[in-house]
Every structure is written in C-alpha cells, then in structure tokens.
Design a protein around this ligand. Structure first.
Ligand code: DO4
Ligand code: MG
Length: 278
C-alpha cells in the first residue's frame, strides 16, 4: 500500500485503486500502532475514487509534517571510498574508514519539513559550494514507538567541496534550504521491504542522461534495525522520524550538479522521486 499526502487530504493506493482516507491527520495516521492494518481498515467499505491522477498531478505534498529527518553515513562501501578520496588532502580520510567498520554508525540530523521538498519541487545547491551531488537513499519511516512501518525515497543533497574541506563542516555540507527531498509516497508493506530492491539514480541535463547507476539495498553494511536502535537510544520522536539509510551511488569525481538538472531516483515498489535543481 502507498500513502500520498495531498493538499486536500490523504490518498491511499492499493492494487491500482485509490481511496481518500477517513483519517485526515497525517501525523496521527502515520503513528498508528499497526499502520498496515489501519490502512486495510480504511479500504474496507470505502469506495475507490476516479480522479486520483489529477489529484496526484496537482496536489501532491512532501510526506512529512512534524517528523524530523535524520540520515546515516558511510553505510555502503562506495560511500566510504568516495569520502576517503574527497577528504584526503584535509587529512580527514581515516574518519570514514574507521566509521565504516566501527560498532556505532554515523547518524546525523538532516532536516525538518521546512527544509524538505517533495516530488516535483526544486532542490538547491549552495552558492558557496563548487562540487555538489544528489545522494539517492532508501528512507525509513519509523513511528513514535521505534517500529519501521514504511519506506520512502530520499535525496540527501550534499556539498562535496565543503565536506571535503573539513569533516567538521558536515552540517553545512548537508543542511541548508531545500537540501532534502522525500517522496512521492510512503510505501507500507505487510512485511519488511525486500532485500533485492534496487535504487536507481538518473541525472538528466538538457534532455540527455549525464549519469545513471543502480545499487541493491542489500549492499548496505548495517541492518535497518541497527540504525534505528542507535537513533532511538537517547532521542524520542513523538511524531515518528524519517531516517535516510545512506548512499551507495556516487557520481564520478569530475561530476557536479548544475542548475536545471533533473534528478530522478527510483526505488522498486515505491516509485520515482523527481526534482530539478534550482
Ligand atoms: O560522512 C558523511 C556523510 C555520508 C552520507 O551522507 C552517506 O554515506 O550517505
Ligand atoms: Mg547521504
């Protein structure tokens, strides 16, 4: 099942049918103890609607309200490698190697809804950054009780020049206006997402694909439960939380995003998150 937040309500997609949910409070719905069962009961006795395509075209919003967005770092080998390379001149390379193997994962605060955009919106690159990339990441929705109850697509927009200059600049490299994108929906399966799920990134510049690559989510070094356990150890999230699980796709070092580029991130079962660079 998939949940879309719209200007006029909440849309539920199930087996190619669309329903408007009776529950209109997004934060309350997401934090139901058994979200999948709750959505099943929303379908029972509810009639499918016929104008879903129009609603999705005109009314879609990012799937976040009062939740925080956190992110995981260096959870894929390729991320470790790329970061060691980008920070070798600043002497920061060792940090990434160590955190890849350490017991404690790297987790960092990324954004609130105010700095997050949805599918179809613009993402930003910083004016004081010379090297910028999207990071396509499977993103967990974890409810207020610490249970993973859904999945969405995340783009952890990043400045590689600022992070590479000094690892202590990470918050500036990662958090700025329109630096996070989430959407288009929250996918709520009856069990966990399949480990053979693929993530694909495509970057289109003036109608030409300038970069594309894919990775399976089972290439991740850590389990989702392990990331959630560390995140919820000493933090409470009364409205739940989104956790980006880290990138396994890094464009070549000579690549940097440009204004007008279209970033398409697809994850099997969930859909495609589409954003242009402002
Ligand atoms: O270590 C810095 C950030 C890493 C990150 O965002 C990622 O691996 O996805
Ligand atoms: Mg990332």
């Amino acid at each position: 099942m998939k949940l879309y937040r719209l200007k006029s309500g909440i849309l539920l997609e199930h087996e190619n049918n669309y329903y408007l949910t009776l529950e209109v409070d997004w934060d309350r719905l997401l934090n139901q103890e058994n979200l999948y069962k709750e959505l099943q009961s929303e379908i029972n006795g509810n009639k499918p609607i016929t104008n879903a395509e129009k609603l999705l075209r005109e009314e879609i919003l990012p799937p976040i309200l009062r939740q925080e967005v956190w992110a995981s770092g260096v959870t894929y080998y390729r991320s470790r490698d790329a970061r060691m390379e980008e920070s070798k001149d600043s002497g920061g390379g060792d940090f990434y190697d160590k955190v890849y193997d350490a017991e404690r994962p790297e987790l960092f605060f990324k954004a609130t809804a105010a700095r997050t955009v949805g599918s179809g919106d613009l993402v930003n690159i910083r004016k004081d950054s010379t090297w910028n990339v999207p990071e396509p990441e499977l993103t967990l929705f974890i409810n207020s009780r610490g249970a993973i109850s859904g999945y969405t697509i995340g783009n952890d927009m990043s400045s590689r020049s600022i992070e590479g200059e000094n690892p202590l600049y990470l918050p500036q490299a990662k958090t700025y206006d329109r630096s996070a994108a989430l959407g288009p929906c929250i996918y709520v399966p009856s069990t966990r997402i399949s480990p053979d799920t693929n993530i694909t990134l495509e970057i289109i510049r003036k109608d030409t694909t300038v970069f594309t690559d894919s990775i399976r989510i089972d290439q991740i070094k850590r389990s989702h439960d392990e990331l959630v356990e560390y995140l919820y150890r000493e933090c409470s999230f009364p409205y739940g939380c989104f956790l980006m699980t880290g990138t396994g796709i890094i464009p070549p070092s000579k690549f940097t995003l440009a204004s007008g580029d279209e970033i398409r991130i697809s994850i099997d079962e969930i859909g495609t998150l589409i954003n242009k660079v402002a």
